[in-house]
Design a protein around this ligand. Sequence first.
Ligand code: GLN
Length: 483
Amino acid sequence: MHHMTLAEIARGLADKKFSSVELTQTLLARIAQLDPQINSFISLTQDLALSQAKAADERRANGESGALLGAPIAHKDLFCTQDIRTSCGSKMLDNFKAPYDATVVAKLAAAGAVTLGKTNMDEFAMGSANESSWYGAVKNPWNLEHVPGGSSGGSAAAVAARLLPAATATDTGGSIRQPAAFTNLTGLKPTYGRVSRWGMIAYASSLDQGGPLARTAEDCAILLQGMAGFDPNDSTSIDEPVPDYSAGLNGSLQGLRIGVPKEYFSAGLDPRIAELIHNSIKELEKLGAVIKEISLPNMQHAIPAYYVIAPAEASSNLSRFDGVRFGYRCENPENLEDLYKRSRGEGFGSEVQRRIMVGAYALSAGYYDAYYLKAQKIRRLVKNDFMSAFNEVDIILGPTTPNPAWKLGAKSSDPVAAYLEDVYTITANLAGLPGLSMPAGFVDGLPVGVQLLAPYFQEGRLLNVAHQYQLNTDWHTRTPTGF
Ligand code: GLN
């Protein structure tokens, strides 16, 4: 049962081949058996899952239907879940039980999805390797000595290991697409404003966006359908109608204009990945797509701009964790200042502290113009590059990452080396554009992803292209040995 995709599960439940309770019990047993190898969950919610599954079976018996009714999923542990620990991968929030459900959690529950648990993640979503979690590193099911990517590494590893068919995730600079690439999944970062951020613990508010991680584009369409839509509780949510993503999967690619930026194929890219990307281009050409070389001249400035803006916003967002209102509080503080200092010093890990310091520095008087303002100007140039590219092409294609998943620990003492791995993903966040990563082959037994970017609100186009590609390739069907 554990090999089924969300689409297959929906058909099986509709045809009464099995019940949601049976499926949920099977997957919970599989998680108990296999998760100790990969550490993809922070919390399991067995009781909630079984009661949600039972309720879904009853709704079906009463004539209701729906692709998510009775479907097992899990949430990245930064989506608030009422009365359930929401840790953000941090000691700071180890004792935090959210008083309400995030909009995404509430919407998926209303659609009948069954929550199996909360997945592991880099602390406060800062990272690309899932090694900064207070609950320990997550391992890549394709090779347990390698990282699964981050920060949504728990969601990715769990889905890749067939512990469940799909999970929610978030992407501030690549945290859906990069772990998707590293674990042979399909992951979609929607347009900024497409999915509500209400109840999603903020890292960098102008960049954060929730989205689906699954094995196929077809499943991403199903999960995104349940997540997307206007939310009056999120002032950056956009009131645009949500199309029927599943209905849009079968459009023809005849005449689709694909732009391939020349800057993507620079010296930093592993040549074996470049070759796989060219193979995927050929595959799409066979389906009728037309390829055009384009240029994104400001791409080289994106990493420095992102690593000013994201820490600046983080330093402000994380100021609420002060040991007073919620979360960790140090023992026996001497006075208020000692309480703040030690609660934050003991509650946050080193990467989070580094980012808070960088952000506070960049925002401080005298440095604001030199760093933050400059970074915002670069952000606009990056967006303008995309806007002119999309005058000529319908989607942009390239690698998701310059290298495959690295070994655990290989970059943990050199943060900048890890930051450089985000080169292909962060531009979409700076511009607010939707992006998708899908499986494109293997290098040394490790999965490689191809990234597609589209104009605002064209998630449907990305899913359509990815689905047509997946009907004609089988990379996404490969399973890691032992899972
Ligand atoms: N690796 C990037 C960072 O560390 C992106 C993380 C994310 O998307 N949450 O900031």
